[in-house]
Design a protein around this ligand. Sequence first.
Ligand SMILES: [Zn+2]
Length: 88
Amino acid sequence: MDNTQPIIRYRCDLCGNITRFDVTETMTIKSFYHYGIDGQLNKEDAETLNRIIESVSCRWCNSPSNVKEVKADEVGTGDDTSPKTAVS
Ligand SMILES: [Zn+2]
């Protein structure tokens, strides 16, 4: 996977969930198909060319209507393993 895309987080405004979502996405992936002599397929060098988020549903509410897209630094991690940086 590449790391070029910004990290998008989600938050359910109804129940406050920030960690569990059912995400339906369509991805266009280019990869190198490498067949062995026995016909066994190995997929290598997978590169995501395009990625479309179709829908995001809250895992707890089972509804997409209250799920908002937020920047990664706008939500807490739920633990203290990563230091928070002050943003003005
Ligand atoms: Zn929810």
